[in-house]
Design a protein around this ligand. Structure first.
Ligand code: ZN
Ligand code: ZN
Length: 401
C-alpha cells in the first residue's frame, strides 16, 4: 500500500515536472521553454520569425504589428496594436485594439514585460483589449501594475484616467475574485494622463523617451507618439488626417507607422456607405492612401508602414496603388504579425510564424514569489456553496499550506 501511495505521489511529479509550465531563463530573459534564442550574425535573418528563437541585439529594435485592421476585427486583422521591443530589455505597447491580445499569446510573450501601454485615442479599435491585457497579463506573468499612458480630452470625462477608472469599476467582480491567488501588485492598473494638446515627453526611463503630439481625428483628444532610443526612432500615428505635428515630429525617423485608410470608393463598395458619408470617414476623419503617400514623401522615413485596413487582396492592391501615386520610398504594408527588425545599418521586414496552439510562455519565478494576500473568502452565499457535490474531485496531492 505504501509503495502504491509512493508511486502515485512521486511518479507523477517526475513524469510532469513543474518546470514544463515555466519559461527558461536565458541571459536573464524569460524565453519559451525549450528554446535557445540565437544571435543573428551579419544581418542574416531567417525568412520567417519564429517567436522565442532570436536573440535581440543590444542595439536593435523589434517591432511587431499585433493588429492592423478596423473596429470590426476579422480572423486576419485584429484592431490596431504595435509591440516594440528594445535591445535594453524594455517592451512597449502602442495601442491595444480589440482582438490584439490574441497575437501576444501567439508570440508566446513574456507578460511580465508588458506593463506599459501608450494609447493614441479612446476608440475601441485602439484600446478595446485593455481590460483583457490587465487580467490575462496578470494571470500570465505580470507581477507589477499595468501602466496606461494616454491623452486627456476636452473634459475630464473624455480622458484616459476616467476611462481606466471605469475599467477598474466595471471589472470589480473579476479582479476582486482573483485577489490573493495572484500577485497583489499585478492587479493594479494605473493611468498616466497627459495633455493631448501639447508636444511633450510623456515617458523617460532607461534611455528611452516617448513623445506625444496632437493628432486630428473627429474630436479633441487624439495623439501620436515618437519613441527614441539608442539613436533609433519609432513613430506611431494613431488615427488622424495628415497634420503639421506629425510632419514635424516624424521627420527622418527610422520607422514611421501611419494609418492608411480605404479610398471613398472602396468604403462605398465594402461598407455600403453613401458617397458623402464615405468621403467624410475616409478623408475627413482618416487618411486615404494618396494622403498617406504624400505625408511619407515629406517625412522621408527609412521605412514607411501602412495599416488600418483589411488585408483582403482586392483591397490591399488598390491601397498600395494609391500610395504609389504619391510616394516612391521604402514601404511596408503591415499585416497582423508583420515583424520589423531595426538597426542602424539594416531594416528587415518579415512575417511571424506562430504555432496556432501557442499560449503565453508561463509565469516566472519572480511572479511565483511576488507578495500575495490570502485567497478571497466569503464572496459566495452559504446556500450556493452548500450545493457543491461532495467527493467529486480527487484530493490534493501536495500540501496546501
Ligand atoms: Zn482606428
Ligand atoms: Zn479612431
Amino acid at each position: 500500500m505504501k509503495s502504491l501511495l509512493t508511486f502515485f505521489l512521486i511518479v507523477p511529479c517526475l513524469m510532469i515536472p513543474s518546470v514544463w509550465a515555466k519559461p527558461d531563463k536565458v541571459d536573464g530573459e524569460n524565453v519559451p521553454f525549450g528554446r535557445l534564442p540565437q544571435e543573428i550574425k551579419n544581418n542574416r535573418y531567417p525568412h520567417t520569425y519564429f517567436p522565442g528563437t532570436e536573440k535581440l541585439g543590444g542595439d536593435e529594435m523589434r517591432i511587431v504589428a499585433l493588429g492592423t485592421g478596423m473596429p470590426t476585427q476579422t480572423p486576419s486583422n485584429a484592431a490596431a496594436a504595435f509591440l516594440v521591443e528594445l535591445g535594453n530589455g524594455d517592451s512597449f505597447l502602442f495601442d491595444l485594439g480589440t482582438g490584439s491580445t490574441e497575437r501576444l499569446s501567439g508570440l508566446e510573450a513574456d507578460y511580465s514585460k508588458l506593463d506599459k501601454v501608450f494609447i493614441s485615442h479612446l476608440h475601441t479599435d485602439h484600446l478595446g483589449d485593455l481590460a483583457a491585457l490587465w487580467v490575462s497579463g496578470w494571470i500570465g506573468g505580470r507581477y507589477k501594475p499595468l501602466h496606461v499612458y494616454g491623452p486627456s480630452g476636452r473634459t475630464k470625462e473624455l480622458g484616459i484616467a476616467n476611462h481606466v477608472g471605469h475599467i477598474r469599476d466595471a471589472w470589480v467582480w473579476d479582479v476582486s475574485s482573483r485577489a490573493g491567488i495572484l500577485p497583489n501588485a499585478g492587479g493594479e492598473i494605473i493611468a498616466h494622463e497627459f495633455d493631448y494638446s501639447k508636444t511633450q515627453v510623456v515617458y523617460e526611463k532607461n534611455g528611452v523617451e516617448v513623445i506625444s503630439f496632437p493628432a486630428i481625428h473627429i474630436r479633441d483628444g487624439s495623439v501620436s507618439f515618437r519613441l527614441n532610443w539608442n539613436g533609433l526612432s519609432f513613430v506611431f500615428g494613431g488615427d488622424s488626417v495628415p497634420n503639421k505635428w506629425f510632419l514635424k515630429e516624424a521627420k527622418n525617423a527610422d520607422v514611421v507607422v501611419h494609418e492608411c485608410f480605404f479610398t471613398p470608393e472602396q468604403w462605398m463598395d465594402i461598407a455600403g456607405f453613401p458617397y458623402k458619408q464615405a468621403y467624410w470617414v475616409t478623408s475627413m476623419i482618416h487618411t486615404p492612401p494618396q494622403g498617406f503617400g504624400k505625408m511619407m514623401s515629406m517625412v522621408k522615413p527609412r521605412l514607411a508602414v501602412a495599416y488600418h485596413y483589411w488585408n483582403h487582396r482586392d483591397i490591399e492592391f488598390e491601397i498600395f496603388e494609391g500610395i504609389r501615386e504619391t510616394y516612391g520610398g521604402p514601404l511596408a504594408m503591415a499585416a497582423d504579425l508583420t515583424v520589423i527588425n531595426v538597426k542602424k545599418d539594416v531594416i528587415e521586414v518579415r512575417e511571424v510564424t506562430v504555432n496556432h496552439e501557442a499560449w503565453a510562455q508561463g509565469t516566472s519565478k519572480e511572479w511565483d514569489t511576488a507578495p500575495r494576500g490570502e485567497p478571497a473568502t466569503g464572496l459566495m452565499s452559504d446556500w450556493l456553496n452548500e450545493g457543491a457535490l461532495e467527493g467529486m474531485n480527487p484530493p490534493p496531492t501536495q500540501p496546501l499550506d
